[in-house]
Write a protein that binds this ligand. Structure first.
Ligand code: URA
Length: 433
């Protein structure tokens, strides 16, 4: 099959056949087609989309492009969780150990940062020696040992998505519904879990900016999961403001640990408990309300924090970083962003805030870029907060003072102020089951 003519077919608005979609996915997985042609195809899909059938075929082909995790050797119910991507979204680091502490095995495959959003793999790699690249057998072995493993897409798990994900990150082809649905669901199907909870983010910091498109994406993914025989639900949650206060890799691990100690910000704690409870409910641990209480109890008694430390150790990382986050090196440079006026923060362009974080070094501009583990932002004031002129809005962290000038301007440009208190938006907008 000639790849150039496939690009042309999609560019001209035609649907691809099952064989052509498979050829695209397997060419990406085996790297038999150069990046520029794969990127051109992604852009053609971005503009002309994929229909329902094409999306299902792509999901299935990407899931089969490598090993399908065989979790049959693991006793008990296996759970998984995935977010469509947000700013300050470190819920996996909380939900996975909470759910594992309740006896549901968490076999979780995560990604790196994508566009303006962070990725769990980059966050975990801020812990020295932590390994996210695991062979399928070791992945299953660690879940068996401690009930929990968070791995990246190492060599043979969904290599097609791994390749395309990296290209989408740097070719402005992320925010496309069929590409997001197939990317997430291929990993979830290959990951082998029985129960899956999806966190579909909605708002200025999400890829889906409004509730209707978030709901459509959620329905599409729930349908794919159900079709594959999995128990699945999606929570549509607000991403019109960053989640929690810390954005950036090690800063987010630190905040997740604080949340597991019961000292986390309210919004992050609430979303993490809701996601955990939905997954526990799918796994048959009780009603949603009972599961919320169960999830909270695992934070209160410290068992979820111990579980995270155990997983870090088994994946080669230094668990002392979890037990005492003072071990994380601090960024070389910091700069306070000061309120230019008095009033309420009426809204935040959350994608803009995420982009500031990327420009400070916490994310990638090019595929081969490495990330700066300690770069990021600690937010002091968010949407709805009243601020006095001269108060600190946020602190920026990075390794190069020269980055602050533009970053500070961009951060202030992402905030809007008003004299009246803005309406509070609930964190949980909808549940799709
Ligand atoms: N998370 C993924 O794994 N893929 C996407 O496309 C978006 C978020």
């Amino acid at each position: 099959m000639d790849f150039k003519s496939l690009i042309q077919k999609k560019r001209d608005g035609f649907a691809l056949t099952k064989e052509e979609i498979e050829f695209f996915a397997f060419s990406a997985a085996n790297e038999t087609v150069p990046d520029y042609q794969l990127s051109a195809m992604l852009m053609a899909i971005f503009f002309n989309s994929l229909n329902e059938e094409e999306t299902l075929w792509l999901t299935d082909a990407m899931a089969r492009s490598g090993d399908m995790a065989d979790l049959s050797g693991i006793d008990g119910i296996k759970g998984d969780k995935h977010s469509t991507g947000g700013v300050g979204d470190k819920t996996t680091l909380i939900v996975a150990p909470v759910v594992a502490s309740c006896g549901v095995r968490m076999a979780k495959m995560s990604g790196r940062g994508l566009g303006h959003t962070g990725g769990t793999v980059d966050k975990l790699e801020s812990i020295p020696n932590f390994r996210t690249s695991l062979a399928t057998e070791e992945f299953a072995d660690i879940v068996n040992k401690c009930g929990l493993c968070v791995a990246g897409q190492s060599g043979r798990l969904c290599p097609a998505d791994k390749k395309l994900y990296g290209l989408r990150d740097v070719t402005a082809t992320v925010d496309n519904m069929p590409l997001i649905a197939s990317s997430i669901m291929s990993k979830k199907l290959a990951g082998g879990a029985d129960c899956i909870v999806l966190d579909v983010k909605c708002g200025s910091g999400a890829f889906m900016k409004d509730e209707e498109s978030a709901a459509k994406l959620a329905e599409k993914m729930v349908e794919i999961g159900r079709g594959a025989g999995r128990k699945i639900a999606a929570l549509i949650t607000d991403m019109d403001r960053p989640l929690g206060k810390n954005i950036g890799n090690s800063l987010e691990v630190i905040e997740a640990v604080e949340t597991l100690k019961g000292n986390g910000p309210e919004d992050l704690t609430e979303i993490s408990v809701l996601l955990s409870a939905k997954l526990l409910e799918l796994a048959g641990k009780g009603t949603f309300e009972e599961c919320k209480a169960l999830a909270k109890s695992k934070i209160d008694d410290g068992s979820a924090l111990r579980k995270l430390a155990e997983m870090v150790k088994l994946q080669g990382g230094d668990e002392n970083y979890i037990l005492n986050t003072e071990f994380f090196p601090r960024a070389r440079c910091s700069r306070k962003v000061i309120a230019p006026e008095t009033g309420y923060i009426s809204s935040m362009n959350t994608e803009g805030v995420g982009s500031v974080c990327v420009s400070l070094g916490a994310g990638r501009q090019k595929k081969e870029d490495s990330v700066d583990a300690s770069a990021g932002i600690i937010i002091e004031k968010k949407t709805g907060d009243y601020v006095e002129k001269g108060e600190t809005l946020a602190t920026l962290f990075c390794s190069d003072e020269a980055l602050f000038g533009a970053a500070e301007k961009q951060y202030l440009g992402a905030l809007n102020f008003s004299q009246s208190e803005p309406e509070r938006i609930p964190l949980l907008l909808r549940i799709v089951e």
